[in-house]
Design a protein around this ligand. Structure first.
Ligand code: SF4
Length: 369
């Protein structure tokens, strides 16, 4: 696409989400559909009502299944890399946890501990090993129901996954995989097989799977939807989000390899402060200008993070928006408050991580970690 590129391994440039809806052939999350979720779930999570989740596939069928008593299940995952998780990583998990609690459904969380190695993002399998346990703890600490959540590592669970993966792999031709993922001659053959393993959990229950994820993950599940009828299984439904911004601008992504773009879950308070104080905002060059012209919250990464995770109250978010627009609020004050909220969130989160550590085996498929 001109000016931007979105695949499961890369998202670059200014993303035109309207275009992406057309190109990917997904549906916009409409007001009537949101109203239906609101009724069934008894509310709407801010990530849905503020439009961060903006598109879907077959979500109305998921709700039909739920209403008819057939139910559905949730599936998501996290590929460990050679760095800890950051706050952008937890956004889809927060939406998943909300769906689990609102609908009382089973949730499968795949930890593809081989993916980064096969994609040549790390040099050895050992490099990601220290982060796997921490990732699992960070995810479990977000409040998943231990009786309905099933976390598994590919390398441990492969015995159960291999057979269905073979069934899946048989139906995917190299030409299709190339077209969907952009594989080239430098791609390892491991990565070419890997999508089969990512599709396997969609077959874990004989109900419709729903995947809340960034729109960049859609290609995997488009492929699943192609082959599901041939396997006599449900096509995967998706709830798709935009991509969260990094701290260096609306077109940046949080990335552990560029520390200034991301708040890591283990960043100490003073590091959070430094990163937020240096974040890209929609502020003006001088205080006088900002008082006169107002700021531009639409392009401000600080405002973006308030709206994603750090201001639950819609009215207060709107007040912040207008205070910025009219020059009543200055960036220094606005950033300082965000620093406080992020540090409070991280302190609580890391307490929960400690609690979850004692019972993490309950989330794992075989009690081992
Ligand atoms: Fe962003 Fe806040 Fe500055 Fe407005 S006042 S531009 S929302 S940091």
């Amino acid at each position: 696409q001109e000016g931007y590129n979105v695949t499961p391994w890369e998202a670059r440039g200014k993303i035109d989400y309207d275009k992406l809806i057309q190109e990917f052939g997904v549906e916009r999350l409409s007001e009537p559909l949101l109203a239906r979720i609101n009724t069934l779930a008894g509310g709407l999570h801010p990530l849905l009502r503020r439009g961060f989740f903006f598109a879907h596939r077959d979500l109305s069928l998921v709700l039909d299944d739920y209403e008819a008593g057939r139910g559905f299940f949730l599936y998501t995952g996290r590929a460990p890399s050679k760095a800890p998780m950051h706050i952008a990583h937890i956004v889809p998990f927060i939406a998943t946890r909300w769906l689990q609690h609102s609908f009382g459904v089973n949730t499968y969380i795949e930890i593809p501990d081989e993916e980064k190695f096969l994609a040549k993002k790390v040099d050895s399998l050992e490099e990601v090993e220290p982060y796997i346990r921490q990732d699992i703890l960070n995810i479990a600490a977000l409040g998943f129901d231990e009786n309905k959540t099933f976390i598994f590592r590919d390398s441990e669970y492969i015995g159960k996954m291999y057979r269905p993966a073979v069934l899946v792999a048989r139906h995917i031709n190299l030409s299709t995989a190339r077209a969907v993922f952009g594989f080239d001659n430098e791609t390892s053959i491991g990565l070419i097989f890997y999508p089969a393993l990512q599709i396997v959990p969609t077959l874990f229950e004989n109900r419709r799977p729903l995947i809340p994820c960034g729109i960049d993950q859609d290609p995997y599940f488009r492929l699943q939807r192609d082959i599901a009828p041939r396997l006599n299984r449900y096509k995967t439904a998706e709830l798709l989000s935009k991509l969260a911004w990094g701290l260096t601008g609306p077109e940046s992504k949080m990335s552990a390899s560029e520390p200034e773009t991301a708040i890591m879950l283990n960043d100490p308070p003073e590091v959070v402060k430094k990163k937020i104080m240096n974040a890209f905002t929609g502020g003006r060059a001088t205080v006088e200008e900002q008082r006169k012209l107002g700021g531009v919250p639409e392009v401000c990464t600080v405002f973006h993070w308030y709206s994603l995770l750090f201001e639950e109250d819609d009215k207060k978010l709107e007040e912040r928006y207008w205070a910025c627009k009219t020059g009543k609020l200055l960036c220094g004050e606005c950033k300082a408050e965000l620093v406080k909220r992020i540090n409070h969130f991280l302190a609580l989160h890391n307490e929960k991580v400690k609690d979850v550590e004692k019972k993490v085996s309950k989330y794992m498929y075989d009690g081992k970690l």
